[in-house]
Design a protein around this ligand. Structure first.
Ligand SMILES: Cc1cc2nc3c(=O)[nH]c(=O)nc-3n(C[C@H](O)[C@H](O)[C@H](O)COP(=O)(O)OP(=O)(O)OC[C@H]3O[C@@H](n4cnc5c(N)ncnc54)[C@H](O)[C@@H]3O)c2cc1C
Length: 408
């Protein structure tokens, strides 16, 4: 009997599994609950601002090899642009701007430390991430550092969507070890020339062939026989599973818990909020850097796109029920402060990803580590399964590839 792999979920993890299966000439089929692929990394045409936008801003470091290999396989490297490793910041309270990264020569950095009013010793706090215990949070390590507010907090929020007070220091340490500790070449920033849909999702769908994805097929129940899955019950039909078939669940913990309530998985999540402002061409040019970190503001990171700017707020549960217009007003004021001018936007859109990532605390990481020690007659993929990495594009792509490797 020819083995068939049933992949549940067509987010990046599911797509990556399908891409790997196709490369190995394995028979596969995908089932996706919604009418589109991409999950938490999707692009769509937004009627309100009349543009195709990403649900949220995604930043990828050049250290992310699985991401790079995926783009190479699906033929989308040409849709990427590479930005320098420098991160630009603006402190609204102190009205100060600075640049942090590897583009400057060491001599320049030593003569002029990037963050105003800091000394050489402040930057040594990075050494605390060399040896980290499983239970420490980022705050435990660098909460008392002079560059906590200006560097450690925005970095942790961007990488882990979790406040440093709760974020696992081990995960941030793993990220620093493959990026900052290895130098400029590994800290360049990948952005899509247009949007992530055109770079990741559409090329992946073309590569695996659209007909292999069954859209609007939500897996509702699973039937077992003799300890093995015998039937997958979707909204519209029931699929019988042969003994040679294999199943990959490429869905987040909350969705998995609906199918397997007995699994002990993280259940607390953080929102990521994105505010997209459409601007005139002339006003877009007022934003002189492509990506800006905001300090002492509600805004965290601002990305300049072709016809709009997009602001990300991580760990944003407190905005879940706030009125959209009110949020837009608060954020827009901060943008005007940056350009030192009162300008108007043409229109705005707010995207609240209420379950953007689970809270990446030491306790939740341990829960996943324990879960992964168990043996199952099926395989899991998804950003959350890579418990040495933060929940990212890299983690989800890597998880899909590993899921196929586990099955062959
Ligand atoms: C706003 C935002 C900003 C982010 N920023 C960054 C960033 O800067 N850098 C970075 O690397 N990462 C970032 N991420 C994280 C990144 O987007 C995710 O890690 C990645 O997209 C997760 O992919 P996944 O396939 O694991 O899960 P998902 O994208 O959640 O895919 C799961 C899929 O399964 C489907 N599904 C669920 N249940 C069922 C079911 N029962 N039956 C069938 N289908 C089902 C869902 O509809 C979904 O399409 C960000 C995420 C968000 C939301």
């Amino acid at each position: 009997m020819k083995k068939k792999i049933h992949i549940i979920g067509a987010g990046l993890a599911g797509l990556s599994a399908a891409v790997s299966a196709k490369k190995r000439n394995i028979n596969y089929e995908l089932y996706e609950a919604s009418k589109n692929a991409g999950g938490r990394c999707r692009s769509f045409f937004d009627k309100k601002i009349g543009l195709e936008i990403d649900n949220g801003n995604h930043l990828v470091f050049s250290a992310n090899n699985s991401f790079f290999n995926f783009c190479q396989t699906v033929g989308s490297l040409k849709t990427l642009k590479i930005l320098p490793s420098n991160l630009n910041f603006f402190d609204i309270k102190k009205k100060e701007k600075w640049e942090f990264g590897f583009e400057k020569k060491i001599k320049e950095i030593i003569n002029n430390y990037p963050i105003p009013n800091t000394s050489f010793f402040d930057y040594l706090s990075v050494l605390k991430f060399i040896f980290v215990t499983r239970r420490s949070t980022v705050f435990d390590l660098v909460g008392d550092s002079n560059i906590y507010k200006e560097f450690w907090e925005p970095l942790t929020l961007a990488v882990m969507n979790t406040s440093p007070k709760f974020a696992s220091a081990q995960i941030l340490s793993n990220v620093l070890k493959v990026t900052f500790f290895r130098g400029r070449k590994h800290c360049l920033i990948y952005q899509p020339k247009e949007n992530w849909g055109k770079t990741l999702i559409e090329p992946a769908i073309s590569f695996i062939q659209k007909k292999r994805i069954n859209f609007n097929e939500s897996l509702k129940r699973i039937h077992f026989k003799d300890g093995n899955i015998s039937e997958l019950v979707f909204t519209k039909r029931v699929i019988k599973i042969k003994s040679s078939d294999r199943i990959i669940f490429a869905i987040p913990p909350t969705n998995l818990n609906k199918l397997f309530p007995e699994f002990k998985l993280p259940s607390n999540y953080n929102t990521i909020l994105n505010v997209h402002f459409k601007l005139s061409k002339k006003d877009i040019y007022l934003f002189d850097k492509k990506i800006i970190g905001f300090i002492n503001t509600k805004s965290h990171w601002m990305f300049v796109k072709n016809q709009y700017i997009s602001i990300t707020i991580s760990d944003a549960n407190k905005f879940n029920s706030m009125d959209s217009k009110e949020i837009a007003n608060i954020i827009w004021k901060e943008m005007c402060e940056y350009v030192k001018k009162k300008i108007n936007y043409k229109s705005f859109q707010i995207v609240r990803e209420k379950k953007a990532t689970y809270i990446q605390s030491p306790k939740n990481i341990e829960m996943i580590t324990n879960f992964k020690k168990k043996r199952f007659p099926y395989v899991f993929a998804g950003d959350w399964t890579q418990n040495r990495l933060p929940c990212t594009i890299e983690a989800s792509i890597l998880s899909g590839k590993k899921a196929i490797e586990d099955l062959v």
